[in-house]
Design a protein around this ligand. Structure first.
Ligand code: PLP
Length: 386
């Protein structure tokens, strides 16, 4: 995972930092100014203004984000949904059609099904693991294909190599939501994707204290998205830029720890008699295990599982654990536990949700940085009391 002679961990610390450091500051200062003195007649998108995503904090962060995935450029946004919605609205126009994986994050699913049709954009869902079925879903006006690296919450792994090949063959834009994997475990541009999208709220920032998003890729694709973002207004403020910038410096150590800890916990849960099933791509029992092993540098810190006893038993677990906090979101230093049916996928109609494989009793766990021994002990006591 090197660019030139620099490893990812080095790039996360040093890439994008102003050189020489501003006033000698080791940490990128916050430029808390909405506007900046104009110089000459630079044109609208070159005026320095927070909504135009071009203050010193944006510029440094864009460079760091691009370096994290070995891409040419990047754009930071006000949320993951701002990254996803702005990208789709920049790439697709009235009359266009696109393909989306059939088990995406609930908010993305809602945007596709509820908002895009109103913009005259149609879609079809595809099974990410069945490339032989994709051609039948294409139309003359199909323009793009969207998948997630590891789907939320079942951790499915689409045939990502086939997605890139299929998009290239048909001249579609290939888009991937890389939130769950993070740049530590997968770098989409290296595998040929046109654009990588993130909820920066999660692993990139890692501290559950901001909402942010990112679009990473070549300037051919990112520049028009930046102009669309400037018009739609989903820009990140400088203070949140600073926090995301700071969070990214520890991304490597955090995610590698979470990879290890989640693997131990997944093995522990899978062997526990009170557990019905565990979805974790690091487990041999997971349908995407072989593909994840080939594509990813780590299996990630997310898993989902079912306890024997249905929704009541699931709710008892959420009440009984003392370390994981029962809350939506993920990727932070503290473990978070939730039932997707009532949080991340609550907006998806129940029958569609079940068709996606998300039962009401499914529990999703984001493994934090607590000692894995303490987490296992906590689950042991919580499972005993179901
Ligand atoms: N993508 C994925 C995979 C997510 O899990 C989420 C949120 O949970 C989003 C995008 C949306 O991110 P945000 O809440 O930052 O808008």
């Amino acid at each position: 995972m090197k660019t030139g002679n620099r490893h990812l961990d080095t790039r996360l610390i040093h890439a994008g930092e102003p050189k020489p450091p501003i006033e000698g500051a080791v940490s990128m200062p916050i430029f808390q100014s909405s506007t900046f003195a104009a110089e000459g007649e630079p044109g609208y998108y070159n005026l320095k203004y927070i909504r135009l995503n071009n203050t010193p904090n944006h510029i440094a962060l864009h460079r760091k984000l691009a370096a994290s995935e070995n891409a040419e450029t990047a754009l930071v946004t006000a949320s993951g949904m701002a990254a996803i919605s702005t990208t789709l609205l920049a790439i697709l126009s009235v009359g266009d059609h696109f393909l989306a994986q059939d088990c995406l994050y609930g908010g993305t699913n809602d945007f596709i099904t509820e908002d895009l049709p109103a913009c005259g954009i149609s879609f079809d869902f595809i099974d990410g693991s069945a490339p032989e079925t994709w051609a039948a879903k294409c139309r003359p006006n199909t323009r793009a294909i969207l998948v997630e690296t590891l789907t939320n919450p079942l951790l499915q792994v689409a045939d990502l190599k086939a997605v890139v090949a299929f998009a290239r063959k048909n001249s579609f834009v290939s888009l991937i939501d890389n939130t769950f994997a993070s740049p530590v475990n997968f770098r989409p541009v290296e595998w040929g994707f046109d654009l990588s999208l993130h909820s920066g709220t999660k692993y990139l920032n890692g501290h559950s204290d901001i909402v942010a998003g990112a679009v990473i890729g070549s300037s051919t694709w990112v520049d028009p998205i930046a102009r669309k973002l400037a018009r739609l207004g989903g820009s990140l403020d400088p203070h949140a830029c600073f926090l995301l910038h700071r969070g990214m410096k520890t991304l490597g150590v955090r995610v590698r720890y979470q990879n290890d800890s989640a693997f131990k916990l997944a093995q522990f849960l899978e062997s526990h008699p009170a557990i019905q099933s565990v979805h974790y791509p690091g487990l041999k029992s997971h349908s995407g295990h072989m593909r994840a092993g080939e594509l990813l540098d780590g299996f990630g810190g997310m898993m989902s599982f079912e306890v024997k006893g249905g929704v009541n038993a699931a709710d008892r677990i959420l009440e009984n654990v003392t370390l994981p906090i029962s809350a939506p979101s993920l990727g932070g230093v503290e473990s978070l536990i939730t039932r997707p049916a009532i949080t991340s996928h609550a907006g998806v109609p129940p029958e569609e949700r079940r068709a996606m494989g998300i039962s009401d009793s499914l529990i999703r766990l984001s493994v934090g940085l607590e000692a894995s021994e303490d987490l296992m002990e906590d689950f042991e006591q919580a499972l005993k009391r179901v």
